[in-house]
Design a protein around this ligand. Structure first.
Ligand code: 9WN
Length: 445
């Protein structure tokens, strides 16, 4: 290929990707938010909306702010941002578990709109910052000003009420809170949650009507998910005394890395709106230190979730362990060990990648190339790692990863996830954060 045809091919690919990404986001827009997928996920999801806003900033900045505003309008009085905000007017089919199951109305401080009672990774402050950076102006500064106290309350909730381990990190109470629902990372702590898959006979899962059951969590996984919601709901989603009564409490490296990165983003936002950035930077540094103290495993050279109840690190090596690379003040020893882990045959990161980044160690005997978060490639975990590589100035690896992400979507479309060997599209075929993050990756060389 000559230089000119190469440049033309790149421009064609760029235009093609932009077109399908924009069409996907437009088709999934639902009056004041974007659904992750019309069929599988017909309501608003918390961390999806953050990723979606980052992409929308490039094409529809007003809608990006609207997305975040709608989500934060459903924030609870204690600061938690619910992982699902139900759309009472949804024209789509039902979702399990729906609003009746969560029963948020009976919890203190829940909003009028029905929501779930759990959270997802707090990627919203960095998202708000990026939306402003991509489309700065008076309107974006005003939007930052409105969101700032809500973002601060979200951080306070997670670092305060959710510090069940007492070491300065937030615990998740459900695998759904990690966003990587059936990751092998949760197998060990979930094994302690009593559940019988027969309980699922009392419910109707709708996900398997829209996606192949072999690509989704199993019924036993769902029995445990249901049991954990029941346990948390029984205490009306209060967080006091969780250690004594809730069977799943885990410090997740992704959730806590996002918590730390959020403080640095809040410092930048504070500077723009005339607030004090200093306390945010200090908190960012403290969270980074706590991550290293509590979740770093020097033996394997990666971060691992800590099972707070059992007080030990979980055994599996998943993509979650690489996520703290996004922390700007991560010590050099951890940065180089994480790069080695990412570039090992387990994850295959390279300046020219021959296969996409998996979500789980591809050399593990229980690696499953089709099943959801147990192997397949997802655009958001790739995008988060890409941010980390850029933060630590590894342009060579960042370029390789970006190419691989764009290539996946160019070949298969805006799928929810992808086969980690062949790149075949899996799950929903029109998934919003895939589209949004492609728009962001396209805009950054
Ligand atoms: C449960 C919406 C969400 C994502 C999660 C993804 C999946 C839900 C489900 O879909 O989870 O929250 O029903 O499987 O795992 O990361 O936010 O896209």
């Amino acid at each position: 290929m000559t230089l000119t045809t190469g440049v033309r091919a790149d421009a064609d690919r760029h235009a093609r990707l932009r077109r399908i990404a924009l069409a996907t986001l437009d088709a999934n827009w639902e009056h004041d938010h974007t659904v992750p997928s019309r069929t599988l996920y017909p309501h608003q999801w918390s961390w999806d909306s953050a990723f979606i806003a980052i992409g929308l900033a490039h094409v529809r900045p007003d809608r990006a702010w609207r997305e975040l505003r709608t989500l934060f309008a459903a924030q609870w009085v204690d600061g938690r941002v619910p992982h699902i905000v139900f759309n009472p007017a949804s024209r789509a089919g039902p979702y399990f578990p729906g609003p009746q199951f969560w029963d948020s109305a009976r919890a203190d401080g829940a909003p009028t709109r029905a929501t779930s009672g759990i959270v997802q990774p707090p990627v919203h402050a960095p998202a708000a910052w990026l939306v402003h950076r991509r489309a700065p102006g008076e309107a974006s500064v005003a939007a930052l000003r409105r969101l700032y106290p809500r973002l601060v309350a979200q951080q306070r909730y997670l670092t305060g009420r959710r510090d069940a381990g007492g070491g300065g990190l937030a615990s998740i109470v459900h695998p759904w809170e990690s966003g990587l629902d059936n990751s092998p990372a949760w197998d060990a702590p979930l094994a302690a949650v009593p559940a019988d898959e027969a309980v699922m006979r009392a419910y109707r899962r709708h996900d398997t009507a829209h996606a192949d059951a072999a690509q989704r969590p199993t019924d036993l996984d769902y029995a445990r998910y249901v049991a954990l919601v029941e346990s948390y709901r029984a205490g009306r989603y209060r967080d006091e005394g969780l250690l004594g009564r809730h069977p799943f409490l885990v410090e997740c490296p992704l959730v806590n890395a996002a918590l730390g990165v959020s403080e640095y983003a809040l410092a930048r936002i504070a500077t723009v709106i005339g607030a004090d950035p200093g306390p945010h930077r200090d908190r960012g540094a403290r969270i980074t230190e706590a991550l290293v103290t509590r979740l770093w495993d020097p033996v394997t050279g990666t971060f691992r979730p800590r099972d707070v109840r059992a007080d030990r690190l979980v055994p599996s090596r998943t993509v979650l362990g690489l996520m703290p690379l996004a922390l700007p003040e991560l010590p050099a020893a951890q940065v180089s060990a994480l790069l080695a882990e990412a570039c090992s045959p387990r994850f295959g990161l390279a300046a020219r990648m021959d296969r996409p980044l998996p979500t789980y160690d591809r050399t593990a005997p229980d690696f499953e190339p089709l099943r959801y978060w147990r192997g397949p490639s997802w655009i958001n975990t790739g995008w988060l790692l890409w941010q980390g590589l850029r933060t630590h100035r590894r342009a060579d690896l960042a370029t390789g990863l970006r190419e691989s992400l764009l290539d996946l979507v160019d070949r298969a479309g805006c799928h929810e996830y992808f086969h980690p060997d062949t790149g075949t599209g899996l799950g929903s075929p029109a998934f919003s954060w895939t589209a949004a993050l492609v728009l962001d990756a396209l805009a950054q060389e």
